[in-house]
Design a protein around this ligand. Structure first.
Ligand SMILES: *Cc1c(COP(=O)(O)O)cnc(C)c1O
Length: 363
């Protein structure tokens, strides 16, 4: 048997008929960018997340870049973010000329909120809360700090579609929630896509104008914007998948529970979830001091795995100019050396998961 780290074909097969019907109907309508499907998706996703406004965009990175920009954050402003975040989170900050201020993660792989206040300076303008691997940051602590220091809060929900903190959707605590619909994400399109959600009507309006060359009315450009438009096919397919998002999240939760109950190997540290957060299990991330050996062993048995992420942003070549060195963020660096994401996808079969578990237990 061969088990892939991720298998997008399986989740397509789950609702194949509905997807194909939707694609054909859109192709036949002849309207392909920013049309009725995008409008309907924006309405339905706002409803799902319990916010007033959703604006569809070209990608998750665009959502971060544009949200941070339109909150008025720019040159030399500081934005606090977890050191173990995905590099796109850091790019969303630096594309605006702002400076990422890195904070070590806690035992949940999320920004350690006890370490945030130490990093606040007169230049701090915002906290970017990245809900990594499917669980929510401590939004009570983050909102408390943000109020105390008058900071904006941007939530990166690219890995937390449908995740709740204390019973309320991630993305609805801060000023704005940013989503990616990259195919591997919890709510994944069949191509590129992203969105912001917010209760701030003015901000939603500005994002709408900005995504379309800065024009509200065609050829009447109010600001210098960009081209970051969700297309009709992706929006239509996302509408189909959104109807199944809760059941897909539940399916991954069951897979996670099975891993948690049945993996028994003293060399392996299993993931833990904060009791105030739900977990939509974007990834099932274990830790082990012999990570590379374990990955190699799994691969020998035709089991795929992935590393999220092998090089933390502060040690990446792209961010050399930030001036960090090995040793600056020891918790993040240790995690980068120890994390391994096990196969986890919608449509994963019981015999596949049992094979993964048995192989790991015999390691
Ligand atoms: C995927 C991802 C992004 C970027 O989204 P794209 O749609 O690929 O641009 C940003 N932040 C996090 C946490 C992500 O996982």
């Amino acid at each position: 048997m061969e088990v892939l780290a991720n298998n997008l074909k399986r989740q397509y097969d789950l609702y194949k008929g509905e997807y194909e019907e939707k694609v054909l109907s859109i192709l036949r309508k002849g309207w392909y960018v920013l049309g009725p499907e995008v409008e309907a998706f924006e309405r339905e996703f706002a409803q799902y997340t319990n916010t007033n406004f959703c604006v569809g965009l070209g990608s998750g990175l665009d959502a971060l870049w544009i949200a941070i920009k339109l909150l008025g954050i720019g040159s030399d402003d500081e934005v606090i973010v977890a050191a173990n975040a995905y590099i796109a989170c850091i790019m969303g900050i630096t594309m605006n000329g702002a400076v990422p201020i890195l904070v070590e993660p806690d035992r949940y792989n999320l920004i350690d909120t006890k370490k945030i206040e130490d990093k606040i300076t007169p230049k701090t303008k915002a906290i970017l809360a990245v809900h990594l691997f499917g669980q929510s940051c401590d939004m009570d602590a983050i909102m408390h700090i943000a109020e105390k220091y008058n900071l904006k809060v941007v939530e990166d929900c690219a890995q937390s579609h449908g995740t709740l903190w204390n019973g309320k959707m991630t993305g609805t605590y801060g000023d704005v929630g940013c989503f990616s619909f990259y195919p591997t994400k919890g709510l994944g399109a069949f191509g590129e896509g992203g969105a912001i959600i917010t209760n701030n009507e003015e901000l939603a309006h500005q994002v709408k104008v900005f995504r379309n060359y800065g024009s509200e009315k065609k050829y009447h450009n109010e600001v210098v914007g960009t081209n970051s438009r969700l297309d009709e096919l992706q929006a239509g397919l996302l509408r189909v998948k959104l109807k199944h998002l809760d059941e897909m999240n539940l399916e991954r939760k069951k897979l996670a529970r099975c891993y948690l109950e049945r993996i028994k190997n003293s060399k392996i540290e299993l993931p833990v979830t904060n009791e105030l957060s739900s977990n939509t299990w974007h990834q099932f991330v274990i830790k082990t001091s012999s990570r590379n050996e374990l990955a190699e062993y799994l691969s020998m048995h035709k089991i795929g795995s992935m590393i999220h992420y092998p090089i933390p942003p502060h040690l990446s070549k792209a961010y050399q100019q930030l001036g960090y060195h090995l040793g600056d963020f020891p918790i993040t660096e240790k995690a980068a050396a120890q994390v391994l994401s096990l196969p986890m996808y919608n449509g994963m079969r019981e015999d596949e998961q049992s094979f993964v578990i048995d192989t790991i237990n015999s390691y």
